[in-house]
Design a protein around this ligand. Structure first.
Ligand code: EPU
Length: 420
């Protein structure tokens, strides 16, 4: 079993390069199924979700060449099956993007229910509602989703809730549909804009991505012969920004889009940190114990749920009492039990957690309960006095490229070891 051993406390200092966005990349890879050609994707994060995405595409018939660890050339001219491999699709959430893509490409797909972090109920009713509005027949039986359509037809779709996954999935299905689709109450996250930009680069006609109304004019086909670079990861960037504040360090993030980080910047300033925005890089530093704050997670451009646990570490160490309201996932406070083992004083009750700020954390053995919880525990370990052993690393490896290498470069005493 692998674990991360972190010995603290350390004030993080230096520069870190942000990787491509996981949540954009896991949608762009299945989106290549809509292309009858060859394309190159660059700035892919080197994480296990991407490796599994590539394996799924290969099983469907795509040919993939790795140009380096962050770039692939993918040939989707021949797709030989409409059955996605259940063992692989059950490993992560974004496997549901195979449905929208294959409905568009082949008019048919059978796929297992998606896996992913256990954050509470994760229904896909809005995805299904969207596919059905486009004319697909969708059944869910014995853990499998079957979707079929003779020819998808554009339609107006109103999303009952703001959903990243449903917005992207319906967008994928609508790209090759006949006529125009509008998605009302669409999610606006940077990765939605990135998937739309990728599809438009390949010949799609999508307008309004990044606003709450997206219009997709169906096109006959998507061409390949293009190279696309994935947008920098807003959540990885936010993770390092909050690590700078929690450790009272000074970090400059390279290769990030500061516009995507505004809600995080605002909260960092509120807790007494400093932010210098240099458009494609950002410097964050903090010279004092953070102030208390009140956080409510919201869809973009609100404070992201995927940075809630990392912010939780900052508030654990704040001067005063803080509250976090989690409005997206009902089980996103599992990490608080782990932080409490390290001396934090957090009481989580449903979707609300109360943080009584403590002066210091102490090292302890802790377990990642999901991906972002894992990142939070790494930050907590760097802040804590003594040794923190972090287990269940498969969660972290799904979404952070070389997390220990990046933190080590900033001065952290962190190593990955294999335990019998
Ligand atoms: N929802 C429904 N019905 C649906 C879809 C969603 O009720 O058909 C609900 C969910 O239960 C949730 C809310 O709507 O309460 C928002 O869910 P959303 O669909 O936006 O989430 P997702 O697409 O499953 C993506 C990210 C998550 C991130 C959320 C919210 C990917 C692969 N995952 O999930 O990322 O937390 O959006 O921003 O893009 C992570 O990276 O750690 C992660 C969990």
């Amino acid at each position: 079993m692998e674990k991360l051993v972190v010995t603290g406390p350390t004030q993080l200092k230096g520069e870190v390069e942000i990787s491509g966005a996981k949540n954009a990349a896991v949608a762009i890879l299945p989106a290549t199924l809509l292309i009858d050609g060859v394309c190159t994707i660059e700035n892919l994060p080197h994480i296990s979700d991407i490796e599994i995405s590539c394996e799924i595409l290969e099983k469907l018939g795509a040919k993939i060449t790795w140009n380096n660890k962050n770039s692939i050339t993918i040939d989707t001219r021949e797709i030989k099956t409409t059955k996605a491999p259940m063992d692989l699709t059950s490993k992560f959430r974004a496997s549901y993007y195979i449905i929208g893509s294959m409905l568009g490409r082949k008019g048919e797909i059978e796929v297992g229910m998606p896996g992913g972090c256990k954050l509470g109920a994760r229904p896909i009713d809005q995805h299904i509602k969207g596919f059905e509005a486009l004319g697909a027949n969708v059944t869910v039986e014995k853990g499998k989703i079957n979707a079929k359509a003779k020819k998808l037809k554009g339609a107006p779709i109103y999303m009952d809730i703001v959903s990243v996954g449903a917005t992207i999935n319906v967008m994928l299905a609508a790209v090759l549909a006949k006529g125009t689709t509008t998605i009302d109450n669409a999610a606006k996250e940077p990765h939605i804009v990135d998937v739309a930009n990728f599809l438009n680069t390949m010949g799609a006609d999508i307008r309004g991505a990044g606003t709450d109304v997206i219009k997709i004019n169906g096109v006959e086909k998507l061409h390949g012969d293009a190279t696309y670079s994935v947008v920098p990861d807003q959540i990885e960037a936010g993770t390092f920004m909050l690590a700078a504040v929690a450790t009272r360090g000074d970090i400059t993030l390279k290769n990030c889009i500061t516009k995507h980080l505004e809600s995080i910047t605002a909260k960092i300033i509120e807790v007494g940190g400093n932010v210098e925005d240099n458009i494609d890089s950002i410097r964050v530093w903090c010279n004092k114990r953070p102030n208390k704050a009140h956080i409510k997670t919201l869809p973009y451009p609100g404070f992201p749920t995927d940075l809630q646990p990392q912010m939780g570490v900052v508030l654990s160490l704040a001067n005063g009492n803080s509250v976090i309201n989690e409005s997206i996932w009902e089980s996103r406070f599992q990490y608080t039990d782990e932080l409490n083992k390290m001396g934090a004083k957090i009481t989580a009750n449903g979707k609300t957690a109360f943080f009584e700020g403590v002066k210091k954390l102490s090292g302890a053995p802790v377990y990642c309960t999901d991906l972002r919880a894992g990142a939070a525990l790494v930050i907590a370990g760097i802040c804590a006095q003594g040794e923190t052993d972090i287990y269940n690393l498969q969660h972290i490896d799904r979404g952070y490229e070389d997390i220990e290498g990046k933190f080590r470069k900033l001065g952290a005493n962190i190593k990955r070891v294999t335990e019998e």
